[in-house]
Design a protein around this ligand. Structure first.
Ligand SMILES: Cc1cc2nc3c(=O)[nH]c(=O)nc-3n(C[C@H](O)[C@H](O)[C@H](O)COP(=O)(O)O)c2cc1C
Length: 258
């Protein structure tokens, strides 16, 4: 049986959990500088650096984001970022280089750039999350701010060719949740080819269902969470996610059929 090689980096990643309650302690400037610099060191597709992050310090904007996300801990986070897909800066640079961004030749607003910039922003966010965890801070990633994309665009003054990606709340943990189980490696890592039969793919699911069903989410300690299969069945018909679509991208100048 292979054994995990432990070092500080791997242990930080293995112990990662979402933290949703924070001590009321501000984060010092050196920490902020370190986290932001770590995020900047993430890889970016073709070195386009096509993401930005907005640190939300205004309590009214924090409150508004908490309302949009329906999660009070968003407003309570000592450090809160919204990561933004950003081709605006690159468009401005291209324009300085005499590129006509209103012509058909302009492709920074295409679907490929949109999806790559989304990836790049997520890598940067994850680098920041890991850096924060390594300093003993806790984080939660916030897709919930996408419940009202237009409002987030307005609140943050997001210009053409930008799009909100995810929030990241950071602070000293004021809770100690258990680590959530992960599915057997064999269900998620394959060799050479994707499994050709779903029976093979789903081997181990029953055991994983049982493990997940023993996990208690601190947001509702009255009962253990549903088995993984039940969670997926529920998610597969969840209509609430339909508001988090890319229709708002057109407003921002993206042409996702390009
Ligand atoms: C893209 C993304 C969006 C998420 N959005 C939210 C969110 O809005 N609110 C929240 O409390 N947790 C959010 N999470 C955290 C997940 O619920 C969490 O990572 C998952 O349940 C696994 O738990 P763990 O992080 O404790 O291991 C998000 C995670 C990701 C990757």
């Amino acid at each position: 049986m292979p054994q995990i090689r432990h070092n500080e980096t791997i242990d930080t990643l293995l112990q990662r959990r979402s933290i949703r309650a924070f001590a009321d302690e501000r984060i010092d400037e050196d920490t902020i500088f370190s986290l932001e610099t770590a995020a900047q060191h993430a890889a970016s597709s073709q070195f386009l650096n096509d993401w930005s992050a907005i640190r939300i310090e205004d309590p009214d904007i924090k409150q508004a984001l908490a309302q949009i996300g329906k999660q009070p801990y968003i407003a309570q986070a000592p450090l809160l970022y919204v990561f933004v897909l950003d081709e605006h800066r690159n468009a401005a640079i291209a324009q300085q280089q005499d590129i006509d961004v209103n012509s058909d030749e302009f492709t920074l607003n295409s679907s490929y750039r949109f999806s790559q910039a989304q990836n790049d922003g997520a890598f940067a966010l994850h680098a920041m999350e890991t850096a924060a965890n390594s300093l003993g801070l806790g984080c939660v990633i916030l897709g919930s701010i996408l419940n009202d994309i237009d409002r987030v665009i307005d609140l943050l003054g997001l210009p053409q060719y930008t799009y909100p990606l995810l929030g990241l709340a950071i602070g000293k943990p004021a809770q100690n949740p258990a680590e959530k189980p992960r599915m057997p490696r064999s269900m998620q890592f394959f060799v050479n080819q994707y499994p050709q039969h779903d029976e093979e793919l789903l081997e181990g699911l029953q055991e994983f269902d049982e493990q997940v069903h023993q996990y208690y989410d601190l947001r509702n300690t009255a009962r253990p969470v549903d088995a993984f299969s039940a969670q997926i069945a529920k998610a597969s018909t969840d209509k609430e996610v339909l508001v988090r679509n890319f229709s708002h991208a057109q407003r921002q100048g993206f042409e996702l059929d390009k």
